[in-house]
Design a protein around this ligand. Structure first.
Ligand code: NAD
Length: 261
């Protein structure tokens, strides 16, 4: 028989980045990780974001609550140092962040500035490589690294613009990391939620229209919630998913099989 502990995260330690407020996809994931028994370190962007994230970190009984702006020199390293001090090791990391300067996000890809492209790639993609690099030595018994992507990486989704190529790079990064770290038992997944009304999503032109279309067309007959995304992600962090790696997992009620985001 199977050991029942295979589908829990009891005693596991995880780092969750990207909670901005109670609508954040990362918050849905953090709730599910905690529900399955994990102890969490949670980050917030800066002092402005702190009051929105702090009550959520308290509710999740976070063992660590730390600032993290990946564009601030040394802050990511400081987070991993604190995690090592508190937990000694890590079992999973959630990377759930994206950014592109407004003018580049709202413009055509053909007009994207070099500066905007580099910034979007740095914050939304290279930061995942940096996290994996810092997590590797803290995962001597293996672990799982997650990043959040979107279907616009594969097909042209109106108004997704430069984030499409950025997410395509992110998914490729996840696959290469999975190949490089697999022999250490470190698994890497891109999670691809269907559209969810969040702060980041509100930066995309006509996002409400995308939501409406998704709700109408999804085979599941409804939009996904952050809890749906969280539960699927947390399930992948358990030992029950120990030989799954390198995938893009769509949590979108089946939208991607129709070829729509
Ligand atoms: P959100 O606004 O709640 O979260 C975005 C997070 O990115 C915020 O917590 C913000 O603080 C963080 N962030 C931005 N710049 C940062 C920096 N320099 N350093 C550290 N953190 C930074 O929105 P969300 O929709 O929950 O976004 C989370 C992830 O999910 C993103 O990667 C997004 O592209 C992805 N995603 C969202 C949807 C959707 O429809 N909302 C769909 C698919 C994928």
């Amino acid at each position: 028989m199977f050991d029942p502990s295979i589908i829990t995260l009891n005693g596991k330690k995880g780092l969750v980045t990207g909670i901005a407020n109670e609508h954040s996809i990362a918050y849905g994931c953090a709730k599910a990780f905690r529900f399955l028994g994990a102890d969490l370190a949670i980050t917030y962007l800066n002092d402005k974001a702190k009051p929105y994230v702090e009550p959520l970190a308290k509710e999740l009984e976070a063992a660590l609550f730390l600032p993290l702006d990946v564009s601030v020199e040394g802050q990511l390293e400081a987070v991993f140092e604190a995690v090592e001090k508190q937990f000694g090791q890590l079992d999973f990391v959630l990377h759930s962040m994206a950014f592109a300067p407004k003018e580049d996000l709202h413009g055509r890809v053909v007009d994207c500035s070099r500066e905007g492209f580099l910034k979007a790639m740095d914050i939304s993609c290279h930061s995942f490589i940096r996290m994996a690099h810092l997590a590797e030595p803290l995962m001597p018994n293996g672990g799982t690294l997650f990043t959040m992507t979107y279907y616009g990486a594969h097909k042209v989704i109106e108004n997704y613009n430069i984030m499409g190529p950025v997410k395509a790079a992110l998914e490729a990064v996840a696959q290469y990391l999975a190949a490089e770290l697999g022999h250490k038992g470190i698994r890497v997944h891109s999670i691809s939620p269907g559209p969810v009304k969040t702060r980041a999503a509100s930066g995309i032109t006509d996002f409400d229209k995308l939501l409406e279309e998704a709700a109408e067309r999804a085979p599941a007959g409804r939009l996904v919630s952050i809890d749906d995304v969280g539960l699927a992600t947390a399930a992948l962090a358990t030992d029950a998913a120990r030989l799954l790696t390198g995938d893009t997992l769509y949590v979108d009620g089946g939208l991607h099989i129709l070829g729509v985001g």
